[in-house]
Ligand binder design. Structure first.
Ligand SMILES: Cc1cc2nc3c(=O)[nH]c(=O)nc-3n(C[C@H](O)[C@H](O)[C@H](O)COP(=O)(O)OP(=O)(O)OC[C@H]3O[C@@H](n4cnc5c(N)ncnc54)[C@H](O)[C@@H]3O)c2cc1C
Length: 401
């Protein structure tokens, strides 16, 4: 239980003191990686703004960077955020916001240490941008729910232990109101994961078939029928997770393109120079705007501004990767390897220019398409009239399909 004293006592010097104590008790050089991560979580230095006992110290979120910098300087291992991005970015804030004490205590520690990977069972063949149209059914049977349906584009399902899942529990209600949010154990009978190959040649995501999967009611997140509201927390955090990552100046995609520019003077033309400079300026503006978004986030939940950041990130990434391929000419067009791989993490900037170009195509689709994000910005940031909706008060079962 956090006391008022805990909350006021944790400032930057106090955090540095706690980091030093952690490092003294568990010197990174001589400590097993997982043991170190577990000790870091238990010391409240995993995500400092989380409650005491759940990997945090109830400290301001903005102080996380103090901890991260100290641990990085000491050569401490990290929890491989790229591998567990869905858990960290989407599942954790939703569990924190809507989970029971029991769910939070059981799930958050192995999520943060990376011992348990998470995936997101939201999209369906007939429900992507119009996610609330989803048709996967969950029918109550005593203390369990029996789930049947198909999900698609499920990143990391092949390595996931848990999934956040939304399913229809009342087809008689309008589409946004009859949905409930669950935690699905991916090792349960009836969960089948099949690889889906992407344009890069990799199968980073999957189709997931759910046949008679039994989920105990104790793994429901939030109230019955409130799944859409719970999912909004996940989706807003998803946009920040994709578009609002911290990058150093000239880090990420712009760093790679600028690096090619510096190392290969023979590739330069006046036109490419002009375009690189424009993109460099855009990248710097996006980096600073994302810093501001993180500061806003430190004061509360992400708002619809996260959608603008995600939109900017995906367009910039696509323009930069295209310029890189163009700059490299024929070399940029050759592709290094089209072997089917099942990667354990999402990698936007990995491998060579051809890979980056193809992987960036997904940036404007995953986490909400650019067109839909524009709608969100128009409605919720600019206050423009919403799109006409004819299905608002119609029972989901009566919607034309
Ligand atoms: C790399 C990658 C990883 C993904 N990972 C996951 C995951 O882990 N879990 C998961 O659940 N999903 C995942 N997705 C799915 C992703 O969220 C959906 O693909 C996305 O929401 C779009 O849905 P859709 O593919 O059904 O396209 P559709 O909804 O069919 O859209 C098709 C086109 O119509 C446009 N459109 C639709 N409605 C409107 C509108 N109202 N106004 C203007 N234009 C509109 C769209 O913008 C798009 O251009 C992933 C996708 C990708 C590419």
């Amino acid at each position: 239980m956090t006391t008022a004293r805990d909350r006021t006592a944790v400032d930057a010097p106090e955090l540095r003191r706690r980091v030093r104590a952690l490092l003294d008790a568990h010197p990174p050089a001589g400590t097993d990686r997982l043991d170190f991560l577990r000790a870091r979580f238990d010391a409240g230095l995993a995500w400092v703004h989380y409650p005491v006992g759940l990997g945090g110290l109830d400290a301001p979120r903005s102080l996380q960077s103090v901890v991260d910098a100290e641990l990085e300087a000491a050569g401490a291992p990290d929890n491989d955020p790229r591998r567990i991005g869905i858990g960290l970015g989407m599942a954790a804030p939703t569990i924190l916001g809507f989970g029971t004490d029991e769910q939070r205590t059981r799930l958050l520690r192995p999520l943060w240490t990376g011992e348990e990977v998470w995936c997101q069972l939201f999209s369906e063949p007939g429900a992507g941008s119009d996610l609330a149209a989803l048709g996967t059914r969950a029918v109550r049977d005593g203390d369990t729910w029996v789930v049947d349906g198909q999900k698609v584009w499920t990143s990391s399902a092949h390595i996931a232990r848990w999934a956040i899942l939304i399913a229809r529990t009342d087809p008689d209600l309008p589409k946004h109101r009859g949905i409930t949010y669950f935690i699905c154990d991916m090792t349960d009978p009836g969960v089948e994961v099949r690889p889906l190959r992407q344009i890069t040649g990799e199968a980073e995501f999957n189709e997931v078939f759910l046949t008679g999967v039994r989920i105990p009611d104790s793994r429901r997140l939030g109230e019955i029928g409130e799944g859409w509201r719970v999912a909004q927390t996940t989706l807003m955090n998803e946009r920040v997770a994709i578009g609002g990552g911290r990058v150093p100046r000239e880090g990420g995609m712009i760093g790679l393109v600028a690096g090619t520019w510096r190392e290969r003077p023979e590739l330069r033309t006046h036109d490419l120079h002009q375009r690189l400079l424009r993109l460099w300026t855009d990248a710097e503006a996006a980096r600073l705007a994302s810093e501001r978004l993180r500061q806003q986030l430190a004061l509360g939940q992400p708002g619809p501004e996260g959608s603008a950041m995600k939109l900017a990130f995906s367009h910039l990434n696509q323009r930069l990767s295209a310029l890189e391929v163009e700059m490299l000419g024929e070399e940029g067009l050759s592709y290094d390897d089209w072997t089917l791989r099942r990667p354990e993490h999402v990698d936007f900037t990995g491998r060579d220019a051809g890979y980056r170009y193809l992987r960036a195509k997904g940036n404007s689709i995953e986490g909400g398409t650019s067109e839909v994000l524009l709608n969100i910005i128009a409605e919720r940031v600019l206050g423009l009239p919403p799109e006409p909706r004819t299905d608002k008060d119609v029972a989901w079962k009566d919607l034309p399909r």
